[in-house]
Design a protein around this ligand. Structure first.
Ligand SMILES: Cc1ncc(COP(=O)(O)O)c(C=O)c1O
Length: 378
């Protein structure tokens, strides 16, 4: 076996939905201490908030509120702050992250109704419209833009249009989309979008954020069940003196600042999407040539993460496949679907098609090692 592939920093390639492979410069940016009350840090926070807002086409009517923690912290903060305590949410579900929103609402004591569709089907805007017409108490709708469970793309703009048409407000989990897939917070209907630093933005984990309409934030005082996850209070504090209420993840923010500069240098989200789409095309083509079957129809697939069906060949064993790829410097991800045996390979992060081709070579080698005949039987 040739020596394992590695990043310029000597790490394995992370072909996962995040944390994912980051550039050397992003990691190096963290090698500093910065006082959290210092003007330099206040300026850094401002720059990041403005940069994120700009990526989402936001302006004077919206604010970006960073939150310490992983992506779920931002989703929970968004729901807890923007759903009135007596409110009712229509939760659109076609995967685990949609289901997580229902669990959050349960914990928060917010009423919700699920509109569930099969995990291999995008949410249908017409169904959303019918549900909203049927229940006028549903003030908000929540959708996961790219459902990372399968890698499916939900039709955000069409759903936003239906929600706006019915005079309701849309909350969006754009976790695995923000920074690559188009996000436009000025679309009528969209009230807020949550995402995190460590996916398509190619930063490191530890900071997430929500971009929300200022009028909605202003009306949300006192909604939140939580002190630390109160976006209204976090926003007010940041607006008042530019400072975070509680200890900020300084090094994560230094990394995110560098990551945002790299995104701009690449040509912004559209250019990043092109790189990811190329990664995805090379991956799907190569895996299909070996006999692997993608779970989703090509038309529903976002170029973020691809789910493959587990091959039926009895010689194929996922644990050994995973370990074999790991030993060759590639980290993939188990499946997360209910009812189908699958695994996933990410197309995002500081990787390009040469990494994907290296992975495909490693897949061929591991299949040989396992005694699996190619093309596979699925
Ligand atoms: C769509 C989506 N929502 C929410 C999350 C949760 O993010 P975290 O694991 O950072 O809390 C993820 C994580 O992969 C995700 O892909």
């Amino acid at each position: 076996m040739s020596p394992p592939a590695q990043t310029p920093d000597g790490d394995p390639w992370l072909l996962t939905p995040g944390p994912l492979s980051t550039s050397s410069a992003v990691k190096r940016a963290m090698l500093h201490d910065l006082g959290s009350r210092d003007q330099e840090f206040i300026g850094l926070t401002r720059r990041i908030r403005d940069g994120l807002l700009q990526i989402a086409n936001g302006g004077e009517a919206q604010a970006c509120i960073p939150v310490q923690g992983s992506g779920t912290f931002a989703v929970e903060a968004m729901l807890g702050t923007l759903l009135p305590r007596s409110g009712r949410l229509l939760n659109l579900v076609n995967g685990a992250y949609g289901r997580r929103v229902s669990r959050i609402c349960d914990r928060l004591g917010r009423q919700f109704q699920e509109l569930s569709v099969p995990e291999d089907q995008p949410v249908d805007p017409q169904q959303v419209e019918r549900a909203l017409r049927a229940d006028t108490q549903l003030g908000h709708v929540h959708v996961v833009y790219c459902e990372t469970t399968s890698g499916i793309l939900n039709p955000l703009a069409e759903i936003a249009a239906v929600v706006a048409g019915q005079g309701r407000a849309l909350l969006v989990d754009a976790m695995s989309a923000f920074g690559a897939l188009p996000v436009d917070v000025t679309l009528p209907g969209i009230q807020a979008v949550a995402a995190s630093a460590n996916k398509c933005l190619e930063g490191v984990p530890g900071v997430a954020f929500c971009i929300a309409k200022k009028n909605a934030l202003g009306a949300a005082a006192g909604n939140s069940h939580s002190l630390s996850l109160d976006l209204h209070d976090q926003w007010q504090a940041l607006e008042n003196n530019g400072q975070w209420r509680f200890t900020p993840p300084v090094q994560c923010l230094l990394a995110l600042d560098q990551a945002l500069q790299e995104l701009a240098r690449e040509g912004g989200p559209a250019a990043r999407l092109r790189r990811y789409a190329r990664n995805c095309a090379v991956l799907v083509e190569g895996m299909s040539a070996l006999g692997f079957t993608p779970y989703l129809q090509a038309t529903a697939q976002a170029p973020i993460i691809v789910t493959f069906l587990m091959p039926a060949d009895p010689a194929f064993n996922f644990e050994s496949f995973y370990t074999g790829l790991n030993r060759r410097g590639y980290v993939i991800y188990p499946g997360k679907l209910t009812g189908r045996d699958t695994f996933r390979i990410g197309c995002i992060g500081h990787i390009d098609e040469t990494v994907m081709r290296g992975l495909l070579q490693a897949v061929r080698e591991v299949l040989g090692e396992l005694g699996v005949s190619v093309p596979l039987i699925t």
